[in-house]
Design a protein around this ligand. Sequence first.
Ligand code: XMP
Length: 511
Amino acid sequence: PVLVVDYGAQYAQLIARRVRDARVYSEIVPHSMPVEEMLAKKPAAIILSGGPASVYAEGAPRTDPALFEAGVPVFGICYGFQAMTVALGGTVESTGKREFGGTPLTVSEECALFAGLPERQSVWMSHNDSVTAAPAGFTATASSEGAAVAAFEDRERRLAGVQFHPEVAHTPHGQAVLQHFLYDIAGIAPTWTMSNIIDDQVALIRDLVGEKEVICALSGGVDSAVAAALVHKAVGDQLTCVFVDHGLLRAGEAEQVEKDYVAATGIKLRVVDAAEHFQRELAGVSDPETKRKIIGREFIQIFETVQRELKAEHDVEFLVQGTLYPDVVESGGGTGTANIKSHHNVGGLPEDLRFTLIEPLRTLFKDEVRRLGLELGLPEAMVYRQPFPGPGLAIRIIGEVTPDRLEILRAADAIARAELTAAELDRSVWQFPVVLLADVRSVGVQGDGRTYGHPVVLRPVSSEDAMTADWSRLPYELLAKISTRITNEVPEINRVVLDVTSKPPGTIEWE
Ligand code: XMP
């Protein structure tokens, strides 16, 4: 792999993704990892990320000079560029010339990094200190007003660095610069493709599972669907999928899992229809947290029962989970290379239900999982599905959850989704909850008569990761169409309102 050494910047994940966009596999490692350990991973190259510290600040992370003596190509970015300079004997100074944001860069020398790119270009900078002298053996190849040395390279030793951030979209030629490093300086071939990933994973999973049995819980979401499809490709009918239908899904979603998914994959599916059960448990409850607790508790119980039955029937040993790379990185799980890790007590499973976990998506980002899903032949509607909360529509009905209310909300939600898709905005909008204010009524007029119906709230949001969000500025025409259709087609609803709150202070869901 290419290792991206994280110096504490929010950019490390972005760098890893850009490297993968160049079809080269990358992994993030913490800067505290000893050099021997990095080298033990046999990296094709190492990229040092940006970071918030000044190289001269007390306790600032240093780069071990041994890193540059192993013959492994290294690329320093921003802080990594300066740390590399210091480690190799160049000079970093606090010149008082800070640069933040789009900055003109001048390329002064023939070089590999900027080959074929314009001599003057805009790059994204974010630095206080600057490199004023490149280390011995390096050629300084570019500069900006505030950075005497804004890029350097030593082709002999396959080392290079830049002061700016090539990984951000605000550096228009950034991807080209990164690829020049990967392909031309480090000599790496772009061979990391979805079909290679599938082949590798299939071989690994077959090897691990042998003749044994595997189960997987499908949630209706993208991750579990792709993980199961991959495992199915490897072991076929040794995999059984379980889908607990809690009756709180949106229109067409249970059918999508039961029909489209099975048709596309041929997976053996056990559907547990638990709608009535959940309905009974939720009767009379309107407090949001109580709803969530009930749903979580019942879900685990039902799933455990099925697991126990299946385990007794087939002696199941493995459980598939759709864990993604950001979760692995965030939980400090370090490297993604171990695709399969052993686990004993998954998500609160009782001791007598021991499974070995298979997590075939542990090394992938969400957009890569989507591409993998398409490559595996899953329907686009499933692969590009927006995130949907586990407790489902229960937390989008403000008030008690009843079958009637679920039906009303499903109808309104289906209209909003269909119109968003027709306007081709479903992939740019992160999520589009429709919320039924079931205990609120307002007066309206329709046809010749007075109505006294319920409002629904449209809550379209844009977001990167659901941690923060902004309300989506949907075109008025589209909002008008959704409003007209909902009030015409869903008799119980006589008012449609738009939520214009960002997160924070609002959350995405209303409960
Ligand atoms: P909030 O409402 O907290 O939601 O801004 C953030 C993101 O999480 C989703 N969400 C959930 N997902 N189980 C889930 O799997 C849950 O209980 C749950 N609650 C909220 C929400 O849809 C949004 O994407």
